[in-house]
Design a protein around this ligand. Sequence first.
Ligand code: NCD
Length: 307
Amino acid sequence: MRQDHLISARQLSRADVETVLDRAAEFDAGLDSGDPTLREHHPGEVLALAFFEPSTRTKMSFDAAMKRLGGRVVDMGGVDSSSVKKGESLADTVRVLEGYADGLVLRHPREGAATMAAEFVDVPVVNAGDGAGQHPSQTLLDLYTIRENAGLDDLTIGIIGDLKYGRTVHSLATALTEFDARMHFVSPESLRLPRSVRFDLHEAGAQLREHTDLDPVLSGLDVLYVTRIQRERFPDEDEYRKVAGQFRVDVDTLDAAADDLTVMHPLPRVDEIAPEVDETENATYFEQAQNGVPVRMALLDLLLTDE
Ligand code: NCD
């Protein structure tokens, strides 16, 4: 992969994705067997984590990935305990962090924040979520999980929930155009894909259909990708309440689906998937979260290695 930064899934060709996923599979096997040479990949290198929004999986799996590769991590910590609280600009913060690290992982509530940060620094920047924009490293682990469970060829996927504000959806849909997947988008009318994303998907020749109900498409799906309603991005709490809880996947939902349906979710879930689904063979979201480590190891390895 010849990229300096990973800001958007639009940067990823099919070949790039395959390079990352193949490398991730090697790291995955190495993690399973406890291969001690994994630590020889990036000894002494430092990754800076700057998360201006809450995170559990993304931040901790980047942290674990860097350490598994033999590197170290410096973490800005919460916004409340950093100089952001004193009014420091994002540009100044990232310029300073660049001096402390060999790479920077950034999450920020503002769309475009990572694009802006990448203009100010020379070390590789990974966009770990910019508002309702993009979340491309999540997409790589989603694609890895799909490849392992359903295969990326001849894929029919349903993506349900908050398609308007869900950045994991925007990135995943963009990347899936490279694989000619058939995409069914299911949401309340008010949470449809943003016009700009739809436009980009059409431009890329995507095979997509939009629905307000899952039932008509469920039985034909290989993968159902469920998302959380992004409460924090709603300008109005009443608007959130109107749509909250409208779609919930439970064991009755699975009755109408293919036996081998792969159910995914980037997590955290609130109540979109009933806990009873966790016990089924279909539930793949905890495995998906775990895939964050080998996939981010692969991504970091490719970005941090000068060739
Ligand atoms: C997602 C995010 O932050 O966009 N979480 C994650 O990175 N796994 C999804 C979400 O918050 O709903």
